[in-house]
Design a protein around this ligand. Structure first.
Ligand code: HEM
Ligand SMILES: *[C@@H]1O[C@H](CO)[C@@H](O)[C@H](O)[C@H]1NC(C)=O
Ligand SMILES: *[C@@H]1O[C@H](CO)[C@@H](O)[C@H](O)[C@H]1NC(C)=O
Ligand SMILES: *[C@@H]1O[C@H](CO)[C@@H](O)[C@H](O)[C@H]1NC(C)=O
Ligand SMILES: *[C@@H]1O[C@H](CO)[C@@H](O)[C@H](O)[C@H]1NC(C)=O
Length: 299
């Protein structure tokens, strides 16, 4: 089999970190990309023009990650969400979101390991990422726990609306912005509610870190902008004219990203929130359906 040994994994991680630190340094001493020119020439989305959005059809494979689903919905990844190579993820995440090459190399490798697949040879379907407590975990901000909703490819509107409504920041034009403190508070709320209602609840320390790192992309790549987040989280679509808010030449490095992630994770204080009363009613256990997603598209 292709199982990567612990020694190989550790060597890979050290190599990636050294590479990442040098990219972080290069970012410090090189000018940022110009606004409107973040997406590289020759890639989908250049000049803010994204390939046509087509909502998922029956039989298409989707997962718990809004960003990967959005890439499939625009045909940047195969629209059916199937037979995707890990290398293809490396390349497309880099060009679409301006994550640093280190992140784009490491994350698909970690995902391949978790799925017991080979990064360089194998392919996967998006739904395989829904492997519970492998990669997918409880208390997400955009999905009901798997106990209530087996299909983790479906966005859960009530949670997303609560998240968007929790934003307290404003940009210079008065548009709402999600702040790190907002994200910590809403994550604490979700963890307390999930703990109280889900009889199968579990959330290990590493899954907490993964959770905070996933949600921190809302602050970094999406710049906390509620209008954009509404489109990406509810419809799983990239807004027209959108580009990554990360303008550093080498993209968002692991070292830089981790500062945001650690701030969010260590800002989470479950003792400070009270369980949502509705979270105890039968209402909360109502599985959301694909129809919820379709309704969302009309918002
Ligand atoms: C190889 C690349 C990636 C993989 C394997 C991946 C995997 C995942 C998984 C498994 C989840 C669900 C975790 C959970 O249970 O809550 C998730 C959620 C998420 N991911 Fe990704 N992801 C990738 C890239 C990205 C990128 C590039 C972005 C942003 C530009 C992103 C943004 C998000 C967001 C916003 C969530 C939702 C978090 C929540 O519901 O709490 N992901 N991702
Ligand atoms: C999957 O993609 C590879 C090329 O990346 C291709 O050779 C193969 O035939 C595809 N398999 C299926 C089942 O579509
Ligand atoms: C992943 O992408 C980076 C650049 O974005 C590239 O340097 C690297 O060779 C790629 N790795 C593989 C094995 O595809
Ligand atoms: C999201 O979480 C998964 C594991 O749950 C991880 O592999 C991936 O790196 C995370 N994505 C981001 C953008 O942080
Ligand atoms: C940063 O976060 C990534 C996961 O997003 C992790 O693999 C890496 O070890 C962390 N540490 C540093 C110093 O970058």
């Amino acid at each position: 089999m292709f199982l990567v040994t612990p020694v190989k994994k550790a060597t890979r991680l050290i190599g990636v970190l050294v590479w990442d630190i040098s990219l972080t340094f290069i970012n410090l001493v090189t000018p940022n990309r110009k606004e409107g020119h973040v997406t590289p020439e020759g890639h989908p989305g250049v000049g803010g023009v994204w390939p046509e959005f087509v909502a998922p059809r029956d039989g298409d494979s989707r997962c718990c990650c809004p960003a990967l689903n959005a890439m499939a919905n625009h045909g940047i990844l195969p629209h059916d969400g199937r037979n995707i190579s890990f290398k293809e993820l490396n390349r497309t995440i880099r060009a679409t979101f301006n994550f640093a090459p280190t992140f784009c190399f490491l994350v698909p490798n970690v995902a391949a390991d978790m799925l017991k697949k080979s990064y360089s040879k194998d392919t996967f379907d998006l739904e395989e990422l829904n492997l519970h407590n492998g990669i997918e975990h409880d208390a997400s901000l955009t999905r009901e726990d798997v106990h209530f909703q087996a299909d983790q490819g479906v966005p859960h509107l009530p949670f997303i609306k609560e998240l968007l409504a929790s934003a307290t920041g404003k940009d210079k034009d008065g548009n709402p912005l999600l702040t790190p403190t907002d994200l910590s508070r809403i994550s604490a709320q979700r963890r307390v509610d999930a703990r109280a209602t889900n009889p199968e609840f579990s959330l290990s320390f590493s899954h907490k870190m993964f959770g905070s790192s996933n949600s921190s992309t809302m602050l970094t790549i999406f710049g906390g902008r509620i209008r954009d987040l509404e489109t990406i989280l509810i419809e799983e679509r990239l807004p027209e004219g959108w580009e990554s808010r990360i303008r550093e030449r080498q993209g968002l490095t692991l070292v830089t990203f981790n500062r945001t992630v650690l701030g969010v994770e260590f800002g989470i204080n479950e003792k400070k929130v009270v369980p949502t009363p509705a979270a105890h009613s039968d209402d909360a256990a109502r599985p959301s359906t694909q129809k919820d997603g379709a309704d969302a598209a009309q918002l």
